[in-house]
Design a protein around this ligand. Structure first.
Ligand SMILES: [Zn+2]
Length: 299
């Protein structure tokens, strides 16, 4: 738990697009071996010069992670990517989230935007740490936070999670609290890979970590200039070791293969990659090194 202003990405301007970060929380969360499968023992030592102290807390070895959403303003359209953990959420297994509060909505205001100004809410996937602010708890129950917005996610996500969430303890009550109220109000639409949400801004398929995970890529003259890559990487260690899936991955083999393919594309294109769970300056470049990549934040 961080006390005081949370470290977060400075706004980024790319072409006609401005991107702000909205952060729910940031801090040391868990040991690498508790999240990443088959992590090579030497990974941390080989990469400690850039992983510590910003991404791995030296005294504890804990991974420092953030829970971030992105606000894109492009050609008169305001797009919110993901909704973080939210407030008042029932997470007995995560004491740091359990009925917690955050400044996430204030970050929206600091970007000069009100909830009524959001045109599109894009859910990359329906995991609990991406859907929290879809709704807010009131005396009359959970109500949509963005009643004027179109809410988009992939068909696979909408087919899988409302039916299966109770099989996964890490989802707790998030689907019932945050997703179902919007479904019942008829606010959700599905979107397919290849859809262009704004000029040059395309939906891409990143399925693996979650059954129908999607992201966004901003393309100009055939180059991928920027990418919003959801949970393609949870932590910079997954750039150093792209072969490592997480304990939360639905299809670990697909998660690894899409990460390797996309990291190769992003490194070749010099893409500015926006990562929901990286702390601080969470947009940067993937720089190829011998057996993986290093993350170079762009300030
Ligand atoms: Zn996540």
């Amino acid at each position: 738990m961080t006390i005081g202003p949370l470290p977060r990405m400075t706004p980024k301007t790319i072409g006609t697009m401005i991107v702000h970060a909205l952060v729910d929380s940031v801090g040391p969360v868990r040991l690498p071996g508790d999240l990443l499968l088959n992590l090579p023992k030497e990974c941390l030592q080989r990469n400690s010069d850039w992983l510590q102290p910003d991404y791995i807390q030296p005294n504890t070895g804990l991974m420092i992670m953030a829970y971030t959403s992105f606000l894109i303003r492009i050609d008169g359209v305001s797009i919110l990517i993901d909704c973080a953990v939210g407030e008042d959420a029932n997470f007995p297994s995560r004491p740091d989230w359990h009925f917690g509060k955050s400044n996430w909505l204030n970050h929206l205001g600091q970007a000069g935007i009100g909830v009524e100004d959001i045109d599109i809410v894009l859910l990359t996937h329906l995991h609990a740490d991406h859907t929290g602010w879809l709704t807010r708890k009131t005396l009359s129950g959970w109500i949509p936070s963005f009643p004027e917005a179109r809410h988009l996610t992939s068909k696979k996500e909408l087919q899988f999670w409302p039916e299966k969430a109770t099989d996964f303890p890490f989802m707790s009550t998030s689907v019932g609290d945050n997703v179902v109220p919007l479904l019942e109000a008829g606010h959700f639409e599905t979107v397919e890979a290849g859809s262009e949400l704004a000029p040059g801004l395309f939906v891409v398929d990143l399925a693996g970590h979650s059954p129908g995970m999607i992201g966004l890529e901003y393309r100009k003259s055939g180059r991928i200039v920027a990418a919003f890559c959801a949970d393609l990487m949870h932590h910079p260690m997954q750039m150093a070791a792209p072969q490592c899936a997480t304990v939360f991955c639905h299809d670990p083999a697909s998660a690894v293969s899409v990460r390797k393919r996309k990291l190769a594309e992003y490194a070749a294109n010099g893409t500015l990659v926006f990562c929901n769970h990286f702390p601080g300056e969470c947009a940067g470049q993937a720089i190829k090194q011998c057996d993986g990549y290093r993350f170079l934040p762009v300030v």
